[in-house]
Design a protein around this ligand. Sequence first.
Ligand code: TRP
Ligand code: SF4
Length: 334
Amino acid sequence: MKPKRIVSGMRPTGKMHLGNLHGALLNWKKLQQQYDCFYFIADWHALTSDYAHTEIIQQSIYEIILDWIASGIDPELSTFFVQSDIKEHAELFLLFSMITPLPWLERNPTYKDQLKELGQKDINTYGFLGYPVLQAADIMIYKANMVPVGEDQAPHVELTREIVRRFNHLYGEIFPIPKVLLAPTSRILGLDRRKMSKSYNNAIYLSDSDQEIDKKVSQMITDPQRARRKDPGDPEICNVFTFHEIYTDSETISQISQDCRLANIGCVECKKIMSENLKQGLGPLRAKREELADNKSIIKEILDVGNQKARAIARQTMIEVQDAMKIKTFGSRT
Ligand code: TRP
Ligand code: SF4
């Protein structure tokens, strides 16, 4: 039996951080063992909110592919490509847009949230409203069965299902109905205890140096109740401890937990231990990243191969779609 197909993408808006690693990348890495995975850079999606700042896109694509490979996502097992290189996404987006009722888009919760949140940017655009329709095209052009995404993206996959049901009803059963594969939520927070995010300036990046990691860890907010060294702490509400739970051995973890509650260990010392373990844990990933970073042409080759593979499938799907919709029956298909 053919393995089920997975499609997921990321917008090229900067390098990957530990939140991305534990929220998405390690999950993607696991999935590639079992499924036919297509992972892509959603550069058109980046334009929906950042159309005025296109300068970071190119560099981000390169950095993100480095981060993916360094994290263990293997371009031999998974297909990597760039959305804007496969023009068929735009064609299917156009066709889907014809059958997508406006109210479906207007009541999309992420749309309403983002309009509020990104108040300073002008995102009152046609493209931004249509964001989930483009996402639906990304997913269906490869006839994906499953879409691994975080909770915030689940409504978009839900909308994809609605659009696909409508399409299949109107033109015939061309597409499978894709399922959301909810990614395990990363418990890791940013340095300031908010969600780790580039825009909050609170992230530890996979590409950070030893010094940067030490410095950032030293700035982390710990248990806010623990104002003085002699105050007992509560590791359960401390973000540094969450990092320990991933990067430190279990014996040390229980020791720290105990010592923290009794104020036998100070946060400075506790952070030093964590920082050492974090650097060590990320060691192989960072070594791989550095090794690849010197070789830009490898990244280009990987994307060339992936683009070709993706394009062949996308073209085939478009032929089926055109037939089903009874368009392009006269001229030749080139
Ligand atoms: N919207 C997704 C995000 O911001 C990125 C994305 C675009 C995507 N197209 C997709 C994810 C298709 C999964 C499938 O994270
Ligand atoms: Fe957090 Fe460690 Fe400080 Fe306890 S000692 S509050 S676990 S940093």
